[in-house]
Design a protein around this ligand. Structure first.
Ligand SMILES: Nc1nc2c(c(=O)[nH]1)N[C@H]1C(S)=C(S)[C@@H](COP(=O)(O)O)O[C@H]1N2
Ligand SMILES: [Mo]
Length: 506
């Protein structure tokens, strides 16, 4: 008599075997390349192929937790797939093992398709596939080898499943631990010394950074700075490993290392960075003082062709951005940045080097972990988000935001401080106006402007009467243009519309 596990048992056993593929793969990847872990390969592939509507909604629903939401969704899908494989394995252990191995091989192929892949990228998934298939085959064969009776066979099976699950978890945890040990760049980052700055950024004066509680601070601390990228796992690049290649339509190809940078004059600039996915009133914008090297100088050394009109910058993880060449050549504040607010870039913000270009949304300009600049043309090259339908050129649109009072706040009648920030990088902010309900637009008081490329704080004192009221804000940019009230979505080149807040006054 040949006994097979029940449906539930089969589902659990196959899930343990599938976890073995991922766990063992993760462990092997710690030794090969962390980005070759089957788990990250699957996640990164999903991210790169997520349709636009889903990506927009994911950011709207989950904000910066979008990666956690992805991991949970993937886990659910994997458990369901494994449960299915388990049902097949009840009929034929060899078939089940074959399917699991086949899926592992498919992930190995996806690994080879990653933009940063080396041939070794296939190894973790292949080793994981062998281990997972072997575990599945053993689990489903085991009950048949014990035809002696319900009790012992069932117990043996359950013990074996638990053993496989524990082994998978241990391998995954070991991979995590080893990976973080082998790629620990904390020490490298801590040893970073800020280069002497030949041309410092002007100081931020007290009248540019008003002491209003709840108002966005002028300079955003690095640990509060919004983070947007496609990296499930942060690249870990030491300064010694880092190289920047400048090539394409240039007279001379260049390859720079960190030592070469050190020999050049460093400059600093305070710039407000903004994400194209920022909704009206959203917080995907931040200001920092970036220290680094002028991109225009680096490019001048390579000698860009007059036919070229784009710089395609590439990250070590394969992300690309297409930046108009003239936005960089004409702008001394367009930087290859190595520091943020006086300290090495945080790993999440591009350590050891990233791009910062004033006036352009991040997806066309702010490549983190940048290792390659190709001088090219917009009609020859397409960057990561442009391939996914976003605009090839994306100057930042005028925006204003109410920070205080908070949404749906209840306030005492009488004088209320309304305050916020407004930005129109490249053009500057020359006015901000506030409207209560359908009343007239009233001019707010502007903080002293720092530069055209940074946001500007504003305040307005409102003599608040009792009732429920809607506060609305609009900005005027340096060209005299009033911020439009037309509501458009972030796709394909940035949201517009006016921010409002509803408050209750008692
Ligand atoms: N390597 C890499 N760089 C990247 C991205 C990315 O996905 N990968 N995203 C860009 C986008 S969309 C934005 S808005 C900025 C955000 O920079 P921050 O995370 O430092 O705020 O980084 C840009 N640089
Ligand atoms: Mo972005």
């Amino acid at each position: 008599m040949v006994r097979t596990p029940g449906r539930t048992g089969a589902a659990v056993a196959a899930t343990a075997a599938a976890a073995t593929v991922l766990g063992v793969g993760h462990l092997v990847a710690a030794l090969v390349d962390p980005n070759a872990s089957p788990f990250y390969v699957l996640g990164a592939t999903v991210i790169d192929h997520t349709p636009k509507w889903l990506k927009d909604n994911a950011i709207r629903w989950f904000g910066t937790n979008d990666k956690l939401a992805l991991a949970i969704t993937m886990a659910v899908v994997m458990v369901l797939a494994a449960a299915l494989i388990g049902q097949l394995a009840r009929r034929s252990p060899a078939l089940g093992a074959g399917i699991l191995a086949g899926l592992g091989v498919a992930v190995a192929v996806l690994a080879l398709l990653r933009p940063s892949a080396t041939p070794g990228f296939a190894i973790p998934s292949l080793v994981g596939a062998v281990a997972g298939a072997a575990a599945l085959w053993l689990l489903f064969r085991a009950p048949a080898d014990h035809p002696s009776g319900e009790g012992p066979a069932r117990r043996t099976f359950l013990l074996a499943v638990a053993g496989v699950a524990a082994g998978a978890a241990a391998a995954g945890a070991a991979g995590r631990f080893l990976g973080s040990r082998l790629r620990d760049i904390t020490a490298d980052r801590a040893a970073f010394v800020l280069p002497p700055v030949a041309d410092p950024a002007p100081p931020v004066l007290p009248e540019m950074d008003l002491p209003v509680s709840g108002l966005t601070r002028f300079v955003t601390p690095a640990d509060e700075f919004y983070r947007i990228d496609t990296a499930l796992q942060l690249p870990a690049l030491t300064r010694a490993q880092w190289r920047l290649r400048i090539h394409g339509m240039v007279d001379r190809e260049l390859e720079l290392d960190f030592e070469d940078l050190r020999a050049r004059p460093a400059v600093a600039a305070t710039i407000t960075l903004t994400c194209v996915s920022n909704e009206v009133g959203g917080d995907l914008a931040g200001t920092a003082t970036w220290t680094g090297y002028r991109l225009t100088d680096l490019l001048a050394d390579a000698g860009p062709s007059s036919e070229a009109d784009m710089i395609l910058s590439r990250s070590v993880d394969g992300f690309t951005a297409g930046t108009p060449l003239d936005a960089v050549l004409g702008n001394p504040d367009a930087l290859l940045a190595v520091a943020m607010n006086g300290a090495a870039l945080p790993v999440a913000h591009g350590y050891p080097a990233r791009m910062v270009v004033p006036g352009l949304y991040g997806y066309v300009s702010a490549t983190k972990w940048v290792v390659d600049l190709e001088v090219t043309r917009f009609d020859r090259a397409r960057a990561y988000w442009t391939e996914r339908g976003w605009a090839p050129r994306a100057p930042i649109k005028t925006a204003s935001r109410i920070d205080v009072p908070a949404a749906f706040a209840t306030l005492p009648a009488g004088p209320v401080t309304v305050a916020g920030v407004a930005w129109a990088q490249g053009r500057g902010i020359t006015g901000v106006e506030v409207q209560v309900d359908d009343g007239p637009w009233r001019p707010a008081t502007l903080a002293t402007a720092y530069s055209l490329d940074t946001w500007r704080q504003w305040t307005w004192i409102w003599d608040a009467p009792p009732g429920t009221h809607t506060l609305r804000v609009r900005a005027v940019d340096g060209t005299g243009a009033v911020q439009t009230e037309a509501r458009v979505t972030p796709f394909p080149d940035g949201a517009t519309g006016r921010h409002n807040r509803v408050v209750t006054v008692r």
